[in-house]
Design a protein around this ligand. Structure first.
Ligand code: NAD
Ligand code: 2HG
Length: 630
């Protein structure tokens, strides 16, 4: 930096998360009959002082009178404040220690509690600009030093004037008195610090908003805990994803935007710009066009099992990792499948709608137990296999067919072909994945091979069944009952009409793609996918990604992590290492994994590196994406 730069940092609600005198009130008024009223009053007075409606001196004296605090209370307050240091200050000790000669803590509060909180972080005691309490003989706080410049109006401005700092001055704070320093011409810039409180009146006056210290340090390119401030990472969550996901991602520090329904391709193209992480469920189609428009996209989270709605290959080619929740709703689908097949075997859809019309039709005609019947499972993956186990417990005889070799669970019988399964099952349940080749897997030819009166269920993907053929099979009595949860076209949101040839058919249960929609499953997914995404963003780990080579990485120690994603061509690792060697950089750990599309190289290096290395690494041929973590 050409000019010396000074950083003037507020204490209450900036260095710490709280207002110290509010905290002192909670301690000193413990058990006081007027505690609630007084605490409220103290808070009001604090706010009046903060937004400039009350003078500092008045605000202080009024609060001290209401507090009735003493030295013991002060000790308790210090312990509280030590636990309430703002998160971004906690993680950026390195900045404080490096710049300790240039940092001042300024406060209209009191050195008595500020010093024990800030000095362990490296703040110099002589750089604490604050008032001091006065005490009575019994240890009670009676007032403050009236001579201290900070008790006057414009106290912080006067204090700065007296310091006569020669250089650039940046003020970071949440209150009006902090802004006053800049307004009086004593600072170059005022940054409204909003990590703990967001005061509209102050934010409006600020040169910049600093949602945390990370942003401030990023803007000034100074030593910091995060290479890139997390609030600059935008997350877009669509399709009614469980609110827990938003909560987890916000807590992690990301900026999150939530939308209720799905978006069509053009709408998504408009929304995706600037988004680093997209969260969807089964309806939003992430096509090559969408990915092309996604200028900052790092990862996509499918908050469900299926990922056929995403062009996985195109995402990989663009260095976008895709994650899903492969097990979180498995049980929910199994339960709905079993419930549906029992309902269908008893003709319940018709019986129930007759009852709603006032028709009492008590008869056993067409009703059967499921015990001893042959259940045919097409697709013996996570859901198919779990269905197999639970169905056997109900007395069903399980048969299954899968395109890959799958070990039979319990007493299940493996079929060598789909036809073999179709020919013998009393009940057929589809649990294949949504790959393109499964389009119309079950059509007229397949229905013709089924036993007459078969119960047919599809809880997998809509395009897997030819709906017109299914309708015909139901009308002709080949299919005696059907439960369909997924459709080739599904409404984008709940206010769109569901249109289907299957409406109005006998003994047909139609459900709006809710196989996995239980509160338990959605909550699990809402927790699981954000955890994968944050792990990927924070450490580069790709465990569980469905289109990236899977690498589980250790947390970063005292090192920088270089993450290099490239088209899978020979020689990239050698190029990376040549560049690092030519810059005399010491590698402390290196991991490489490839798949057919991309290569993923993680290199941990010693702390020191120059920006030239980054430039060189980015310019290696076939590089898709490169980022540095620290
Ligand atoms: N209705 C819902 O709400 C809901 C909820 C969760 C999952 N799903 C869907 O259920 C399906 C199964 O989920 P999963 O977690 O068990 O998936 P999975 O990947 O674990 O299992 C799918 C199995 O199907 C097999 N398969 C693929 N094509 C096949 C074919 N043509 N013939 C026979 N076997 C074939 C695969 O080899 C695999 O074993 C997926 O389509 C998923 O998207 C729907
Ligand atoms: O919740 C959804 O939209 C999809 C549920 C299900 O089809 C899945 O793939 O997990």
């Amino acid at each position: 930096m050409a000019n010396p730069t000074f950083f003037v940092i507020d204490f209450d609600s900036t260095f710490t998360k709280v207002e110290a005198l509010d905290e002192l009130a909670k301690i000193s008024l413990q058990g006081h009959p007027e505690k609630e009223e007084r605490v409220q009053r103290i808070k009001q007075i604090t706010d009046l002082g903060m937004d400039g409606s009350l003078s500092v001196r008045e605000s202080l004296q009024q609060r001290i009178d209401l507090l009735q605090a003493n030295r013991q209370h002060l000790q308790a307050l210090i312990s509280t404040l030590q636990n309430e240091v703002s998160e971004s200050f906690k993680r950026n000790r390195e900045f404080i220690q490096t710049y300790k000669d240039n940092i001042y803590i300024i406060s209209n509060g009191f050195r008595d509690f500020i010093e024990p909180v800030v000095t362990p972080y490296g703040i110099r005691p002589d750089h604490i600009l604050a008032n001091s309490f006065t005490f009575g003989a019994d240890g009670a706080i009676t007032g403050f030093d009236p001579e201290n410049v900070l008790t006057g109006n414009n106290g912080k401005v006067e204090q700065l004037r007296q310091l006569e700092l020669e250089g650039d001055v940046y003020v970071l704070g949440d209150g009006y008195t902090d802004y006053e320093i800049k307004a009086a011409g004593m600072a170059n810039k005022f940054y409204a610090f909003t990590e703990n409180v967001h005061r509209e009146a102050i934010v409006d006056k600020a040169d910049h908003i600093a949602p945390n210290l990370d942003e401030f340090l990023f803007m000034h390119n100074m030593p910091r805990a995060f290479s890139y401030p997390k609030h600059r990472i935008c997350v877009l969550l669509l399709e009614n994803i469980h609110p827990l996901a938003e909560e987890v991602l916000r807590k992690e520090g990301f900026s999150v935007k939530v939308m209720a329904g799905a978006l069509d391709e053009d709408e998504l193209i408009e929304q995706i710009r600037g988004v680093s992480f997209l969260g969807i469920r089964s309806k939003t189609q992430v096509t090559e066009r969408v990915l092309k428009a996604a200028d900052r996209l790092m990862a996509i989270g499918a908050f469900c099992i299926g990922t056929n709605q995403i062009d996985l290959e195109a995402a990989a080619r663009r260095g976008v990792a895709v994650f899903n929740a492969p097990y979180s709703n498995t049980r929910s689908v199994v339960e709905l499948t079993l419930a549906s097949l029992i309902m269908l075997m008893r003709q319940i859809p018709d019986k129930s709608s007759q009852m709603h019309q006032g028709i009492w039709n008590k008869s056993a005609g067409g009703s059967h137990e499921v015990r001893g019947k042959k259940l045919g499972i097409i697709g013996y993956g996570n859901i198919g296999a779990q269905l197999s186990v639970v169905a056997e417990a109900l007395g069903l005889n399980v048969y299954y067919y899968d395109v890959v070799e799958k070990l039979a669970l319990g007493n299940a019988t493996k079929c060598r072909s789909l036809d073999e399964l179709l020919a013998q099952a009393d009940i057929l349940s589809l649990h294949v994945d949504g790959r393109r080749e499964n389009n119309n897997l079950i059509g007229a030819q397949e229905f013709a091979k089924m036993k007459k009166g078969v119960i047919f269920l599809n809880m997998s993907r809509g395009h897997v069944v030819d709906i017109a053929a299914l309708r015909k099979a139901i009308e002709e009595g080949i299919v005696g009952g059907a439960a369909i949860d997924v459709f080739p076209y599904e409404p984008k949101a709940n206010d769109e009409e569901f249109v289907s040839e299957l409406r109005g058919l006998p003994n047909v249960l139609l459900t709006p793609h809710i196989g996995g929609s239980t509160l338990e499953a959605q909550r699990n997914i809402g927790e699981y996918v954000p955890a994968q995404i944050t792990d990927y963003i924070n450490t580069g780990s790709t465990t569980g990604s469905v289109n990236f080579p899977n690498l589980q990485l250790p947390r970063l120690g005292n090192a920088h992590r270089l993450i290099h994603i490239h088209h899978n061509t020979p020689g990239i690792l050698a190029s990376i290492n040549q560049i690092l060697a030519s810059h005399a950089i010491n590698i402390t750990g290196q991991y490489l994994k490839t798949n057919e599309t991309i290569g993923y190289v993680i290199t941990d290096i010693d702390k020191q590196y120059s920006q030239d290395v980054v430039k060189d690494l980015k310019s290696i041929g076939n590089t898709i994406k490169f980022r540095v973590l620290y």
